[in-house]
Design a protein around this ligand. Structure first.
Ligand SMILES: [Ca+2]
Length: 155
């Protein structure tokens, strides 16, 4: 696959690989990729060229993003696992998983925009960054075409 234009939007975020308090911590960089793809295509692209779609496990991760970046709504590595809510859709259980780990957030950190996730259109199961100032998240249909944020790191 072609390597599309991208630029680093976050430097030296610290990721603790196995748990929020574990060592070793590694350096991580976030890359904004200026290419319109579906969420599954963006995930594949990030896994080929970087490590994965971006994970944000803390306010510190968010704060590592460049303060003045400007972007369209951009996919991040968060998706809703329907196996979790098949019998109780809409409950408060955390069915959202990070692409890089396949697991729910280790820290419980979330940055949903007001009203989201709302499972709009009966099928919004992938997450994007919808606010480039506050870095809030929204849920969107996975087949929508968006730019995206990858991360480069060892876990
Ligand atoms: Ca929504």
């Amino acid at each position: 696959m072609t390597h599309y234009l991208s630029h680093i939007i976050g430097h030296a975020a610290i990721r603790h690989c196995s748990s929020p308090t574990a060592e070793p911590a590694i350096n991580l960089q976030y890359y904004y990729v200026d290419k319109l793809l579906t969420w599954p295509q963006a995930q594949q692209y990030c896994r080929e060229h970087y490590t994965d779609l971006a994970t944000f496990e803390s306010m510190d991760d968010i704060n590592r993003l460049e303060p003045n970046i400007s972007y369209s709504w951009a996919w991040i590595g968060l998706w809703d696992d329907p196996n979790v809510w098949q019998s109780e859709m809409g409950n408060e259980s955390n069915s959202w998983r990070w692409s890089a780990t396949g697991e729910t957030s280790k820290t419980g950190y979330q940055s949903w925009a007001t009203g989201d996730p709302d499972f709009g259109y009966s099928g919004e199961m992938c997450a994007l960054m919808v606010n480039n100032t506050l870095h809030k998240w929204g849920d969107e249909r996975c087949q929508a075409i968006k730019v995206f944020i990858c991360e480069q790191g060892d876990c």
